[in-house]
Design a protein around this ligand. Structure first.
Ligand SMILES: Nc1ncnc2c1ncn2[C@@H]1O[C@H](COP(=O)(O)OP(=O)(O)OP(=O)(O)O)[C@@H](O)[C@H]1O
Length: 213
């Protein structure tokens, strides 16, 4: 059984202590829900978990092995869905998904991901013509063609209608049932049954905290 954990993680951005001393642990089939007010650092923590920025202090580990020992391995096991997902304007939906499938070295069928996210009508449409909600559904379909254990989701429901939100919930449940791990920052109920909650509280600028780091 795989596990993803963080121990005493602190992060300074732009000279400001964003959060301090965060710890968590989540195992195969589990989910971690990140909560906190705007600006508390949920996106920052997700970027840090994705290996895009380093923690100022503390460590992340996969199966108790620090992820910075092999960053490439870590990147290969995760899919990070950013707050605003870039869609390649000239690629059709099907081409975009084929690209992500190849990138991940997965054999998960593109057609199944298109069906799962209700993009059948748009499959031959270039990304530039997709609506905001369709772009988000394409971003979610990328998850389904990637062979990754760890899903890092930053507000994945933004722009989704009710039917699409149900599809997202179902995709998350399937991923967990297959032993995957989900970490999500969300203000919407994603049906994360049994999820642990990591609450991030906003810090005021405190020079004492800064000099202690
Ligand atoms: N590149 C950066 N340089 C300096 N400060 C940054 C940078 N990126 C984010 N911050 C700051 O870090 C803090 C945390 O931002 P973050 O986006 O992680 O919060 P959040 O909890 O995801 O917020 P929201 O709920 O509004 O999406 C904010 O005060 C933000 O201004």
């Amino acid at each position: 059984m795989a596990s993803f954990s963080g121990t005493d993680i602190s992060c300074i951005r732009g000279g400001r202590l964003v959060f301090d001393g965060l710890s968590f642990s989540v195992s195969s089939g589990g989910a971690l829900l990140l909560t906190g007010p705007n600006g508390s650092g949920k996106s920052t923590l997700l970027r840090l978990m994705a290996g895009l920025i380093p923690p100022t202090l503390g460590a992340l580990a996969w199966d108790d092995v620090p992820v910075d020992q092999d960053p490439e391995d870590h990147r290969a096991r995760l899919h990070y869905l950013a707050h605003a997902e870039a869609v390649k304007p000239p690629l059709t939906v099907a081409e975009d998904l084929s690209f992500w499938q190849a990138l991940s070295g997965s054999d998960k069928p593109v057609s199944a991901a298109i069906d799962a996210m209700g993009l059948e009508t748009q499959s031959a449409l270039p990304g530039r013509y997709l609506s905001a909600g369709q772009r988000r559904r394409l971003a979610l379909a990328r998850l389904l063609v990637s062979e990754t254990d760890l899903w890092l989701l930053d507000e994945p429901s933004v722009g989704l209608d009710t039917a699409s939100l149900a599809k997202l919930r179902s995709a998350i449940a399937d991923h967990r049932a297959a032993g995957g791990i989900v970490v999500a920052a969300t203000h919407v109920d994603l049906g994360l049954d049994g999820a642990e909650t990591l609450s991030i509280n906003q810090f005021a600028v405190d020079p004492a905290q800064m000099s202690a780091l």
